[in-house]
Design a protein around this ligand. Structure first.
Ligand code: FAD
Length: 578
């Protein structure tokens, strides 16, 4: 059990609760839950605390369930996995991170199955594959099962408790705590920790969502992942990597459900408005498999040449096939089932597809914290895993669990070395509490929605949103930079009246900060490396001579500084070249 100290009231609108724990995990999603389970399994005597802004039973990307594990090796090797990731990622990824994930993928699938998630098997007892690295799972219940295992492990969970600021000690050299608040009981929580693992996922809501009004949260990436862990880390001085490699998902239009269920589970073809299997034709012309980014790019190209909209063709499905499709989606994206069953007498024969808005994401893409092989950030005491950790794309849910395993191992090594006995600077703590509560004290009528609307308009129009075909140019990005600087100043006045609006106000502030970092990264990469994810109309081709490298950044004295890092091991820092 984490040790709870007596509550006390200081001159603040909300009371403060102080807690101490050996290990604090911020974010109880896939990676965070796995980390809590692994840590308690290996060292039951340690106090492990999970801080979750929603409720661990149904939070984060897995909230609705999953119907496949997208990173599984089976008989292939970690080197095969690395080769695939590297090819799909245009030659840039962290080999060490990807390999360390690859070494654990099969074990992590066994871990997930051991939670009680059903995996169908073929007549030889093997998992049913939907592609060389993806296996089918009936995972509607994956999140409640993970949550149950966390509680059984003896870890303490604080639900409805968003973390807001990291606490530092040793004059800022070490992270040793976190400040958050309970959205329902209206308490500030100040936690002093031996170490912190950030597992808050990536960031949605930086670009304008494709659905308006009340449907605006119908996004592909979890709409409540605001990248807060990344923002907290950046404010504390952590280095982040590859923000410019945004992730854009090719998904079903309007309902924004994953298309893998159609294309991989059901083997249905993509077609343009004229009925041509345009992706297949492209593969035949190029004589190779398309990259993930190219599938999106070539879909956009069909629109540009007047052959859109594009869709996935369901016409070959018989009654049983249609039933299986619905069953598959019920495990992962139930909202599309309402669409599929709109008129049961006339099953749908096509589902339109489109690109989502761009996200910052280290699970499909590789934007996130810079970490070493042990998932330590550049700040002592701070680790990052899952969609919040950068450098290793295509890790998906099993890779997120693998990173949890790695970070816990590093923490236990560091901890046994007595590396974690630092107390937080008092000034850092009182500043963090003030900053957490500030929106409640602000008298302005500025709301989080006002800020996010403005942010999303700037990013959509000047930093390569979906309506701009994801294309950026230096001049537009410079305009985005100055507009964001102004917005960041105004955003400080955002108001809140209760726990819910306070959480949303901090989400908005975090999104603005991440957008500013993203724009600096987009400006710095003067080439087009990843079509659609990072496309520069003023530098339309890739430039291996100058840009086969990582673009990283960190905040120094309130300014964002860029750093270039080698793309080949041992990943030395080369500062001052941008
Ligand atoms: C729609 C969708 C479909 C996917 N399909 C597949 C698939 O079929 N197969 C596959 O292998 N992978 C799939 N993935 C990828 C996989 O789900 C993710 O990579 C994985 O869940 C990420 O885990 P995570 O723990 O990093 O983030 P999450 O699981 O999103 O967890 C982040 C957690 O942090 C919490 N949090 C956020 N901010 C704060 C804060 N300030 N304080 C406290 N808590 C906070 C959130 O509430 C959330 O619980 C899919 C992802 C999405 C979005």
């Amino acid at each position: 059990m984490a040790h709870f100290e007596k509550k006390f009231q200081i001159d603040l609108p909300w009371p403060v609760r102080r807690i101490r724990a050996d290990l604090v995990i911020i974010g109880g999603g896939a990676a965070g839950c796995a980390a809590a389970i692994f840590a308690k399994h290996r060292r039951p005597e340690l106090s492990v605390l999970v801080l979750e802004k929603a409720h661990i039973s149904r939070s984060g990307c897995l909230a609705m369930g999953l119907n496949a594990i997208n990173a599984y090796l089976g008989e292939s090797s970690p080197q095969d996995y690395l080769a695939y990731v590297k090819r799909d990622n245009y030659g840039i990824c962290r080999d060490d991170l990807v390999l360390s994930i690859g070494e654990r993928l099969n074990r992590m699938v066994a871990f997930i199955e051991g939670l009680g998630v059903p995996f169908p098997r073929d007549s030889n007892g093997r998992y049913c594959k939907r592609s060389p690295r993806s296996i089918i799972m009936l995972g509607e219940h994956i999140k409640p099962l993970l949550a149950r295992a966390v509680l059984k492990s003896g870890a303490t969970v604080l639900n409805r408790t968003p973390a807001v600021r990291l606490l530092t000690g040793d004059n800022g050299a070490r992270v040793c705590g976190v400040v958050g608040f309970n959205m329902r009981s209206h308490e500030i929580v100040v936690i002093h920790a031996g170490a912190i693992i950030v597992a808050t996922g990536g960031a949605s809501g930086i670009y304008r969502p494709s659905n308006p009004g009340l449907a605006r949260t119908k996004t592909w990436y979890c709409p409540y992942n605001a990248g807060s862990g990344l923002a907290m880390g950046i404010r504390a001085g952590a280095e982040v990597t590859s923000f410019e490699m945004r992730f854009v998902a090719l998904r079903t239009k309007d309902v924004i459900a994953p298309t893998g269920t159609l294309a991989l589970n059901m083997k249905l073809p993509h077609r343009n408005a004229r009925g041509e299997p345009y992706l297949l034709l492209k593969e035949q012309i190029l004589g190779r498999r398309l990259t993930t980014a190219e599938r999106l790019l070539f879909t956009l190209e069909e629109h540009q040449r007047g052959a859109g909209p594009c869709y996935i063709d369901l016409s070959s499905l018989d009654k049983e096939g249609y039933r299986r499709l619905i069953e598959n989606y019920l495990n992962m994206a139930p909202s599309i089932v309402l669409d599929l069953l709109q008129d049961p007498a006339h099953p749908k024969t096509r589902i339109e597809i489109c690109g989502s808005e761009p996200y910052i994401n280290g699970g499909h893409g590789m934007a996130g914290f810079l970490v070493d092989t042990g998932r330590r950030s550049n700040l002592a005491g701070l680790y990052a895993i899952g969609d919040a950790a950068g450098g290793a794309p295509k890790k998906y849910v099993s890779g997120c669990c693998a990173e949890a395993d790695i970070a816990v191992t590093s923490f236990l090594q560091d901890y046994s070395m007595g590396d974690t006995l630092v107390s937080c600077d008092a000034a850092s703590e009182s500043l963090a509490i003030q900053q957490t509560l500030k929106p409640l004290m602000n008298s302005s009528e500025l709301t989080f929605t006002d800020i996010e609307d403005r942010l999303q308009k700037i990013m959509e129009e000047y930093a390569g949103g979906s309506t701009q075909n994801y294309e950026c140019s230096g001049d537009k990005l410079l305009f985005a930079r100055s507009s964001l600087e102004t917005l960041a100043e105004h955003a400080e006045e955002v108001g809140a009246v209760d726990g819910h609006t306070l959480s949303r106000a901090h989400d908005a502030l975090d999104r603005v900060l991440l957008a500013r970092v993203l724009v600096e990264h987009l400006l710095a990469r003067c080439e087009t490396r990843w079509p659609c994810y990072q496309s520069r109309v003023d530098f339309p081709v890739s430039n291996d001579l100058e840009y086969r490298l990582f673009i990283n950044s960190c905040m120094r004295n309130g300014r964002i500084s860029l750093i270039k890092r080698d793309v080949t091991p041992p990943y030395q820092i080369k500062e001052g070249q941008i």
